[in-house]
Design a protein around this ligand. Structure first.
Ligand code: GDG
Length: 463
């Protein structure tokens, strides 16, 4: 499929996972894939990405109506580019340095090398004048590399995580290269206007680029920086919660959890998500006798993530110790106050958990958007349940009128807010949930993808 795709997506991972028992593939869950899949089909699109297995060399193939071009990553690339520069350098740096970033030259070299490989694969795949959409922080050098190879293309980039302010971004030894990499795009998309503003300001200060509002003049072109807050696949969730087995399962979960108020957290096990802060606040509510065992339980799902990166191993130990301590102190025989599950679930089980939860607790220290918050809202057709939401989640500006907003660094504030959410009357729950649902249902992930692509292709944007 050399140089024949009119639409190319470039992302670290392909949109498919291997089925456990053999050589087949299955479409990966998640909003990004379901939003882009229809566009891929209608435009003869191709997705360029890694299969997820180190050292695997695969020929292009077609799955679920999508052309897929695998890009190889050796075990060393995975260690230095993926676990290293992407997840031990950029990830903490872009999330307010909540963990210390590692600055390592071998990791940077690997990042450049792997970005070159992705750019070359995209250049080989795109038809004359095609639209190429590059995704996320692992591939920030691809736009400029691709423009160098293929000046005829229209290139968009979307960053799923926050983009830091000048004071933090300055730490990065390769700060100019990253900005120049992104400036290869025609449109650079961020979750929030503040992130777009950080980027424009950095281009002005570090590169001496001329800027006007959200536009940057660079090498004779105009690069636009804009916000496109991502959202969830409302239709998929509506479909899931309509299934009788999901509803039964929700009732079963509630019964298994003992009949008290159910608080729920669902996160990748990541130090940006504020899991320890929420557990500490919850534990202290028992110490203060604001809650009695049996009155409320916390179910925390922590999906395994980046398990070979040291910070993630440390966090896992810390959380497990904390859960043990809280249960040791406050649980009664046969009824823990915190149920901690370090595992990943299918979408049905997640939907059932959302239906079973009285209080959804989303307390990241910094988060690009946070889809879990929006998924919870999308599932609550019954207009019940409350959302405790961090001010530092990208979702906060959109949901602020219905959520219980909180600063996760303020443990006393977190305790008060959790209690308020637990004690919220049904009428008030309904009022808040209705406000949040209006926003989420009207701005789903299809609208997000269309807004980005319309803007990239010069049509009026609706975001
Ligand atoms: C990055 C940014 C931004 C979770 N556990 C399971 C599971 N999930 C699903 C959730 C949700 C997704 O994974 C997680 O999305 P988040 O947005 O909450 O967080 P990140 O993974 O950090 O995502 C973030 C996002 O990109 C999109 O731009 O919002 O800010 O950090 O959909 O439901 N899904 C399944 N099993 C699980 O156990 N199937």
């Amino acid at each position: 499929m050399s140089r024949e795709s009119e639409f190319v997506v470039v992302a670290n991972r392909l949109p498919v996972d291997r089925v456990a028992d053999g050589n087949g593939w299955r479409r990966s869950p998640g909003g990004l894939v379901s939003a882009i899949a229809p566009v891929m089909r209608s435009r003869q699109g191709t997705w360029v990405g890694w299969s997820g297995a180190a050292g695997e060399r695969l020929a292009p193939f077609t799955e679920d109506g999508m052309h897929l071009v695998p890009v190889e990553q050796t075990a060393e690339d995975v260690e230095l580019y993926y676990e290293g520069f992407s997840n031990a350098t950029l990830w903490p740096l872009y999330h307010d340095v909540v963990a210390p970033p590692v600055y390592d030259r071998a990791m940077w070299d690997a990042y450049v090398r792997v970005n070159e490989r992705f750019a070359a694969a995209a250049a080989e795949t795109a038809a004359e004048g095609a639209v190429v959409w590059v995704q996320d922080y692992q591939l920030q050098l691809v736009p400029a590399m691709l423009r160098e190879l293929r000046p005829d293309l229209r290139i968009g980039f979307f960053l799923h995580i926050p983009f830091p302010p000048l004071e933090l971004f300055y730490q990065l030894p390769w700060r100019r290269q990253i900005l120049e990499g992104l400036l290869g795009a025609d449109l650079v998309g961020f979750q929030l206007p503040g992130a777009a503003a950080n980027f424009v300001r950095l281009c002005r200060r570090l590169l001496d680029a001329r800027t006007a509002k959200q536009d940057i003049e660079w090498e004779g072109r105009s690069v636009r920086a804009r916000a496109f807050p991502i959202s969830v696949d409302v239709e998929e969730l509506r479909d899931l919660i309509a299934r009788p087995e999901v509803r039964w399962r929700a009732d079963e979960i509630r019964a298994d959890l003992g009949g008290g108020t159910v608080l729920l957290g669902v996160d990748r096990l990541d130090y940006t998500k504020g899991i320890t802060q929420r557990l500490q606040a919850f534990g202290e509510l028992f110490a203060d006798r604001e809650l009695k065992p049996g009155e409320a339980v916390f179910a925390q799902i922590a999906t395994p993530s980046r398990e070979r990166v040291e910070q993630y191993q440390l966090l896992r130990d810390q959380i497990e110790q904390q859960v043990g301590r809280i249960n040791g102190q406050y649980a009664e025989l046969g009824s823990p106050v915190v149920h901690y599950l370090h595992t990943s679930y299918d979408r049905e089980e997640l939907a059932a958990l959302f239906l079973a939860a009285d209080v959804m607790v989303v307390t990241p220290l910094r988060d690009g958007m946070n889809l879990v918050a929006k998924e919870y809202v999308a599932c609550r057709e019954d207009l019940r349940g409350t959302l405790v939401l961090s001010e530092f989640a990208g979702a906060a500006p959109e949901l602020r009128r219905g959520a219980f907003l909180v600063n996760p660094y303020d443990i006393d504030g977190l305790k008060d807010t959790m209690l308020a959410a637990i004690r919220c009357e049904p009428a008030e729950q309904g009022r808040r949930m209705r406000t949040m649902r209006k926003r989420v249902l009207e701005h789903d992930v299809d609208r997000w993808a269309a807004a980005f692509l319309d803007s990239l292709e010069g049509e009026p944007a609706a975001a």
